[in-house]
Each structure stands twice: as C-alpha cells, then as structure tokens.
Write a protein that binds this ligand. Structure first.
Ligand code: PAF
Length: 280
C-alpha cells in the first residue's frame, strides 16, 4: 500500500490507474480504524479494481465544544490494518493540505443537516459534506462506501451527490456489531467497563421498537417514550430516539412501509448512535 499526503501526488497515480481502465472504490475515514471500517474496505474491493482509503480528522466537522485534539490519532496502526485488507492506496493529508486557506467554500445541505445529530451538532454535516466533496474531487472514485450506522450522514451524502451530479455510486454497508449487539464504533473505546456492559441496551431498545412495529404498533411517540425511559434506567442520557421514514427522514405516515428507528444517547463520555431498518 502506498500512502500519500499530497493531493497532486495521489491524483497523478489515480489518474494513471483510471487511464488504464481500472475502477476505483473509496473508503473515507477519520482513522482509528476498527472491524467496521475493514468491512467497508472489503466491500470496496468486491466492487472495484483499486481500493483507496483516506484517513483525515476533518476539523470542519468538529464543533468548538467537541474535543478535536482528543480524537485518537492512530495512523501507524491504521496503515497496518489497511495493508492486511489489501488496500492499494491511502490518502492521509494534513489539515493545511485540505484547507490551505482555512474554511472557504462550504457545501450546505439544508433541512437534513439540521435534524437528529445535526440539531445537537450544528455545522457538523456541512463539515462532512464539504470534506466528502473535496475527497470525491481528489480521488474521483467510481464507488464510495459509507457505514449505515451513520445513517443520517449516508442519506446526506446520497442527496448531495444526486443534487451536484457527482459521478460516484454511494453504497451503504450494514452496521458491524459486537456479539452482544453493540454497534462497532471508535467511540466505544471511551466506555468504562460498566458502561460497556450497559451499552447494548441501545440496540435492545431498537429491537423492541422493531418488534412492536412489526406487531402493528403505530403510536410512534409512545414507542419513543418507552425507549427513552429504558435508556435512562440503563444510565444513558438520550439525545433523540425517533421512528422515521427511511427515505425522507420525516415522521412516517401510516402508509409508509420503509421505516428506520434512529437513536443517539450519551453514555459516560461516549455519544453512541445506532439505528435499525424496518420493512413493514
Ligand atoms: O464517517 C466518517 O468517518 C466521516 O464523517 C467522514 C465520512 C470520513 C468524513 O470526514
């Protein structure tokens, strides 16, 4: 695997790969890689000739109160994991390389960016959309992989590439889970031993809501209240817990068949998010 830190260098190599008729699969990451990321790499490998990953802790998607400096920087370990999975190229630029004049042009996706996680993380999705646009323009992938755990992010990226005619296929990859159901996340490392024991309650709530919906329950508000109460009892501070239309991320009508339950809750120092798709 070759690692590049400069835009012009990776562009040159990837342009040559494309000229030779090879397709490019791309996995953008913030680093601190775990098995969930490796599933994205394997999916990219299955769909393209060349696999490119990026590791960039994007300052633009961290709010002032979110500790950007404390985000784990594990480039050496990340490189080893990527090599093991047969990644061809890694792009690991500096902030100066990606924002040489600071934040200038911004990609704003209204409405979708301001609900759910966007309500408690103002500007976060503008940061994500802006960096993904930059990365797509640099890597020019045929296909890009995103985890379904960050379902709002995946939805926003899908809308963005559609609205801006960015020629990349966006593929959502199923959330990887620990044996007890906890969604794999870099943030799990912040959990204490006791918090780690309580953490699967979030997924259990999603399963209970799914079961209730499948059995005919339609009082979404009641289902949400019940889950919030279970989460509080388990030591979480719930941020949101909503049943939504999976395509629009709006409150579902009784005719909607493709639903999703989306949840975010603080557990100790970790803000855990998870979701479960439901087909009625
Ligand atoms: O989900 C992430 O890891 C990040 O938001 C992404 C897509 C790499 C953009 O920085």
């Amino acid at each position: 695997m070759q690692t590049f830190t400069r835009i012009n260098e990776i562009r040159e190599v990837l342009t040559s790969e494309k000229r030779q008729g090879r397709t490019i699969g791309f996995v953008p990451t913030l680093g601190n890689l775990h098995e969930g990321h490796m599933a994205l790499i394997r999916a990219a490998r299955a769909q393209a000739d060349i696999v490119v990953a990026s590791v960039f802790i994007n300052p633009m998607q961290f709010a002032a109160n979110e500790d950007l400096d404390a985000y784990p920087r594990t480039l050496g370990a990340d490189q080893e994991k990527l090599i093991k999975e047969g990644t061809d190229f890694l792009f690991a630029p500096t902030a100066r390389e990606m924002y040489p004049e600071g934040v200038n042009t911004q990609i704003i996706i209204p409405v979708l960016s301001n609900i759910l996680c966007g309500a408690s993380r103002p500007g976060h999705f503008t940061g994500v959309a802006t960096i993904c646009t930059k990365l797509f323009n640099i890597v020019q992938p045929d296909v890009a992989m995103f985890g379904e755990k960050d379902f709002q992010q995946l939805t926003i990226i899908r809308h963005m590439v559609n609205d801006l005619y960015i020629p990349v296929k966006i593929v959502g990859i199923q959330t990887g889970r620990a044996k007890d159901g906890l969604a794999l996340s870099s943030r799990n490392t912040y959990l204490s031993a006791n918090e780690r024991k309580s953490a699967p309650v979030l997924y259990q709530c999603l399963l209970e809501t799914k079961q209730a919906l499948e059995q005919g329950a339609r009082d979404y508000y009641q289902l949400e209240l019940q889950a919030n109460s279970t989460l509080k009892q388990a030591g979480f501070k719930p941020d949101y817990y909503h049943v939504m239309n999976r395509n629009t991320l709006e409150t579902p009508t009784s005719a909607d068949k493709q639903l999703i339950v989306l949840a975010a809750a603080q557990l100790g120092k970790s803000r855990l998010i998870d979701n479960l798709q439901i087909d009625l």
